[in-house]
Design a protein around this ligand. Structure first.
Ligand code: ADP
Ligand code: MG
Length: 243
């Protein structure tokens, strides 16, 4: 069990989404991926986002991370208006956000340390690659190449790469989607540890409802709407989740 943590719900939200709609135009057809989403996120929260395939989870996460923009609605992060143009979005992505995807996208010809160093070389106030890899339990794999690492280890390198610039926000899109249960647990433990030790606002997409208990807050997305929201009085350690 994690020690009691101060409630972040009392602090003002850092992220505010209001009336966020996203419409994709594919040929003659419009696909409405988000139909008016209102959400607040607080600094340091760990939020799990659940929903069936096609419900709009990735679309929402990409918009929160500044990879995409809403068709309608507004998005604010602290004082920044993220509907306010490409320059703001670029700054926001570069300085504030780390992304982890289902597939790790490591560079095969670079070691774990070098993959992380790609980011630490360009960030303003990064950790050392060794420090980031230590946070995900890979101190003993610094000089291994991706092909010499298991899927879970590769995903943890990807997490180290995402957090090495000390982002305020960590966004994970089905980080365990390609992994078996036990490997998935080691990856989620790394995510949990980063959220706890660095206080990073962390949003994790999954379609595995068992993961909900590790969160401070659980959001359910269905057909482009937030249909349910739950706050966990106490969150469970990843190792005690029932899969
Ligand atoms: P999820 O991540 O929950 O599976 P997505 O956000 O990827 O859902 O997709 C939501 C809806 O938007 C789906 O109907 C999907 O087909 C559609 N969609 C996603 N991306 C695009 C795109 N680039 N062009 C057209 N439709 C898209
Ligand atoms: Mg998705």
């Amino acid at each position: 069990m994690n020690p009691a943590r101060p409630s972040q719900a009392d602090a003002p939200p850092v992220f505010q989404a209001r009336g966020v709609r996203k419409v994709y135009t594919a040929g003659e057809l419009d696909v409405v991926a988000l139909q008016g989403v209102d959400l607040d996120f607080h600094a340091g929260e760990l939020v799990v986002l659940l929903g069936a395939s096609g419900s709009g989870k990735s679309t929402l996460l990409n918009i929160l991370g500044g990879l995409d923009v809403p068709t309608e609605g507004t998005l604010r992060y602290k004082g920044w208006d993220l509907s306010g143009g490409e320059r703001t979005l670029t700054q926001f992505r570069r300085n504030c956000v780390g992304f982890v995807f289902q597939f790790y996208n490591l560079i095969p010809s670079l070691t774990a340390r070098e993959n992380v160093a790609l980011i630490t070389d360009i960030a303003p106030d990064p950790m050392k690659p060794e420090e980031a890899l230590d946070m995900v339990g890979l101190s003993h794999r610094l000089d291994h190449f991706p092909s010499q690492l298991s899927g879970g280890e590769q995903q943890r390198v990807a997490i180290a790469r995402a957090i090495a610039k000390k982002p305020e926000v960590l966004l994970c899109d089905e980080p365990t989607g390609a992994l078996d249960v036990n490997t998935g647990i080691t990856v989620l433990e790394a995510v949990e540890r980063i959220n706890r030790d660095l206080g990073t606002l962390t949003i994790v997409i999954t379609h595995n409802a068992a993961m909900a208990d590790m969160a401070d807050r659980v959001l359910h997305l269905s057909d482009g709407h937030i249909v349910k929201e739950r706050r966990n009085e106490q969150r469970k350690a990843v190792t005690s989740l029932e899969w």
